[in-house]
Design a protein around this ligand. Structure first.
Ligand code: ADP
Ligand code: 5GP
Length: 213
C-alpha cells in the first residue's frame, strides 16, 4: 500500500558505535545485528593481521599496506585512520549506494573516523558512545574477556582515558552497566532516529496527498 506511512520511502542512516576498548561495543553491535533485520555492518578494510576466528570479508577486509595506500590514493575510502599502529578505513562504494536505497549501516570505528564521517555526511550520521560504569569494571571486563595478555590489557587501560575524553563528539552517550538496559536504550535511539523527518524521503508525496483538496 503506497500510502501506508510505515512503508514510506526512507533514506538509510549511519549508526556509529564507539567506546573505549572493553566497554561493550562488540557485544551491543552483535545483538543489534541479530535483533534488527534492517541494519547491516559496514565492513572495514584493515592492514592489521587477522586474529584467530576472524573471517576475511566478514569481520574486516584484510589487505597489505600497499593495497591500503593505493585505495587511499584512489579515494576509495569515506574515512580512514591509523589506530593502534595499523590502518583502518571505511570503503565508500557499499555505503553510499546502500544509504540511497534506504539501508542502515552499523559502524564500529574510532573517534577519528567518526569525526571524518560526520564532516562528510553529517545528516546521515548518528553517533553513539558507550561508557563503562567505572574504571574498575572496565578492567574486569577486559580481563574477563580473556582475549588479551596482561600487557595488552594495560595498554588498553592506558588508552581508555584518552578515548573517554572524546565523549562530547557524540550525539548520545550511554553507560553500559546492565547489558539489557543498555541494549534497550541503543535500540530506542535507532528507532527514533529512523523516524526523523529529514530521513523520510517519501513523506513529501504522502503529505501532499493528505492536503489535496
Ligand atoms: P569492546 O568491543 O567495547 O572492546 P566487548 O563487547 O568485547 O567490548 O566487551 C568486553 C567484555 O565485557 C566481554 O567479555 C563482554 O562479554 C563483557 N560485557 C559487555 N557488556 C557487559 C555488561 N553490561 N556487563 C557485564 N559484562 C559485559
Ligand atoms: P580492532 O583491531 O580491535 O578490531 O579495532 C581497533 C580499533 O579500530 C577499534 O577502536 C575500531 O573501532 C577501530 N576501527 C575499526 N575499523 C575502523 C575504520 O574503518 N575506521 C576507523 N577510523 N576506525 C576503525
Amino acid at each position: 500500500m503506497p500510502d501506508d506511512p510505515d512503508t514510506l520511502q526512507r533514506r538509510g542512516l549511519m549508526f556509529i558505535l564507539s567506546s573505549p576498548s572493553g566497554a561493550g561495543k562488540t557485544t551491543i553491535a552483535r545483538r543489534l545485528l541479530e535483533h534488527d533485520g534492517e541494519i547491516r555492518m559496514s565492513v572495514s578494510v584493515t592492514t592489521r593481521p587477522m586474529r584467530p576466528g576472524e573471517v576475511d570479508g566478514k569481520d574486516y577486509i584484510f589487505v597489505s599496506q600497499d593495497t591500503f595506500d593505493r585505495m587511499v590514493e584512489e579515494e576509495q575510502f569515506l574515512e580512514w585512520a591509523h589506530v593502534f599502529g595499523h590502518s583502518y578505513g571505511t570503503p565508500k562504494a557499499q555505503v553510499k549506494a546502500g544509504l540511497r536505497e534506504g539501508h542502515d549501516f552499523l559502524f564500529d570505528i574510532d573517534w577519528q573516523g567518526t569525526q571524518q564521517l560526520y564532516q562528510k555526511l553529517e545528516t546521515d550520521v548518528v553517533r553513539v558512545f558507550l561508557l563503562p560504569p567505572s574504571i574498575d569494571e572496565l578492567r574486569r571486563r577486559l580481563t574477563g574477556r580473556g582475549t588479551d595478555s596482561a600487557d595488552v590489557i594495560a595498554g588498553r587501560m592506558e588508552r581508555a582515558r584518552a578515548e573517554i575524553s572524546h565523549w562530547d563528539g557524540y550525539d548520545y552517550v550511554v553507560v553500559n552497566d546492565d547489558i539489557d538496559a543498555c541494549f534497550a536504550k541503543v535500540e530506542q535511539i535507532l528507532a527514533a532516529e529512523r523516524m526523523r523527518r529529514a530521513r523520510q524521503t517519501g513523506l513529501i508525496g504522502f503529505v501532499r496527498g493528505l492536503m489535496k483538496p
